[in-house]
Ligand binder design. Structure first.
Ligand SMILES: Cc1cc2nc3c(=O)[nH]c(=O)nc-3n(C[C@H](O)[C@H](O)[C@H](O)COP(=O)(O)OP(=O)(O)OC[C@H]3O[C@@H](n4cnc5c(N)ncnc54)[C@H](O)[C@@H]3O)c2cc1C
Length: 462
């Protein structure tokens, strides 16, 4: 370890082994999960490496390979399953200086460390916009989103990251004595997308961007959950209404956790949050009136400061709940086609222990609801029991966010393509070790079929 650090230092690459920075950069939002918070509390790397060019990344990988030093990449560290935490120590490779952005007509070429907010701003200068982004776009990197995220704002139009139309090209370096460049396109991008950096270090990404739309923020109040579910689906399925995000919150979530917006929402109302094209506002208003809803908030029309609306949705709903009540956590699951029954069954079984938050996405052309319910945490055994009941009794697919491995979290089964690609790209198993069970335990049996976090292979686009 010391020799490896010394060689990198003398070769002019920025490295740092001061305990404070190393500890800070060895952590992500793992504390979102009370289980991971306990399990991963003492995890830290041995040193940081901060490359400025792809060639420096190559040198770091070759040197670490020679000395058998693990390498875990970190973007902004906003992943909330401990994805970026170096379970076996070693080098934490920071991508913050690999942040170049090239905007072209219809696509962006970016370094992995480019912040998503900056990419959106640069795209907007050319009247274009990002297709899909996480609610952490203000700080998250594009490399971290592709390697560690799953979906986000834009999903109602374009589906999640599993939709091959959402990633055009991934360029990465392998972990070998002489690291090789590999470029993945088409369906092959899924060999390295959402792989937590276990099978290559992404050094460049090419993503589609689209003509910009003027989006407006709208919060709609509905009398109950059933009305809110009907409203969300009606908006998502209406061809006359272009939307970028549709989120749903059961009655009580706004009152308790949306500290800025709650004064505008009468107690007991369910809420639907929408980004709608400004040209389609009139059509949205007409639809809401027919469905018995009331617009409670529109951007620019109220006194005071409000966060961007997307910072109420996706995983920011959980963050808002945790800020008010540190005993809150969450789960992630797909609903069946009968969302009304699934939601009613959850409420009947769990009452206030689970508070329903849904995001609407498009999978193979269909509008689908995914659930990210808030969970009132009591102890680990009860959280495991809740998952068992949801899967066993209610027949829902839970993507457990309280697990650090790819298989036990989003994938539900080993991804054999990613495993095969790892054999080629990381023969010593030094990249982010501990995150892919199948690498270390070949007897871990794949389940039938594949379910991906918030999407399927070939998830649709409009
Ligand atoms: C409040 C909150 C809201 C969130 N909302 C969303 C959401 O809407 N949608 C969503 O998908 N996620 C969401 N997340 C999770 C996370 O913020 C996003 O996935 C984000 O895009 C991660 O980016 P990052 O730069 O922070 O990545 P990091 O956390 O630094 O890394 C994520 C993973 O990618 C790997 N990685 C990073 N860079 C590279 C690289 N160059 N090559 C190979 N591997 C690499 C890391 O090793 C790690 O495994 C949320 C998290 C929080 C805390």
């Amino acid at each position: 370890m010391t020799e490896c650090f010394g060689i990198l230092q003398t070769s002019g690459i920025t490295v740092d082994d001061a305990p404070g920075p190393v500890e800070r950069k060895s952590r992500d939002f793992f504390w979102y999960s009370p289980i991971l918070k306990r399990q991963l509390a003492d995890i830290r790397g041995d040193f940081l490496a901060i490359p400025e060019t792809e060639d420096e990344v190559r040198k770091i990988l070759a040197t670490c390979f020679e000395h058998d030093v693990p390498v875990t990449v970190r973007g902004a560290g906003t992943g909330n399953y401990g994805q970026a935490m170096p379970l076996r120590g070693g080098c934490v490779l920071l991508t913050e200086r690999l942040d170049q952005i090239g905007i072209h007509t219809g696509h962006v070429v970016a370094g992995p460390g480019a912040i998503m907010r900056r990419i959106e701003d640069r795209a907007r200068e050319t009247d274009q916009e990002i297709r899909l982004f996480p609610s952490t776009m203000a700080t998250a990197t594009i490399g971290g989103f592709i390697a560690g995220g799953s979906s986000g704002v834009g999903a109602i139009r374009w589906g999640g990251l599993r939709n091959p139309a959402n990633i055009r090209r991934i360029r990465l370096l392998t972990m070998e004595a002489e690291p090789q460049v590999i470029e993945l396109t088409g369906h092959d991008v899924h060999k390295a997308a959402h792989a937590y950096g276990v099978n290559g270090i992404i050094t460049e990404l090419e993503l589609p961007i689209d003509p910009a739309t003027d989006w407006r923020e709208v919060l709609i109040g509905l009398p109950d959950m059933a009305a809110a579910i009907a409203c969300a689906f009606a908006i998502g399925r209406d061809d006359a209404i272009l939307s970028r995000m549709i989120s749903l919150f059961e009655p009580g979530i706004a009152d308790r956790y949306f500290l800025r917006h709650r004064k505008l929402v009468p107690e007991g109302e369910a809420l639907v949050a929408v980004y709608v094209a400004s040209g389609d506002l009139a059509a949205l208003e007409a639809l809401i009136a027919r469905l018995g809803g009331q617009i409670r908030f529109r951007d620019g029309e109220h006194e005071g400061r409000f966060p961007d609306l997307y910072e109420l949705g996706w995983n920011h709903t959980t963050l808002r709940a945790i800020k008010v009540d540190p005993a809150m956590t969450y789960l992630q699951m797909m609903f069946s086609d009968d969302v009304h029954s699934d939601a009613a069954a959850i409420k009947a079984r769990f009452g206030d222990e689970l508070q329903i938050h849904m995001e609407f996405t498009r999978i193979q052309g269909e509008v689908r609801a995914v659930a990210m319910p808030l969970v009132r945490f009591t102890d680990e055994a009860r959280l495991e029991e809740v998952v068992t009941i949801l899967e066993g009794e209610l027949g829902l697919t839970v993507f457990n966010p309280h697990r650090v491995t790819l298989e036990e979290g989003g994938m539900k089964a080993p991804d054999l393509d990613q495993l095969e690609f790892k054999r080629r790209a990381d023969p010593k198993g030094l990249l982010n070790p501990g995150k892919m069970i199948a690498w270390e335990d070949p007897d871990w049996v794949p389940q039938d079929g594949r379910s991906y976090l918030f999407g399927t292979v070939g998830g649709g686009r409009t």
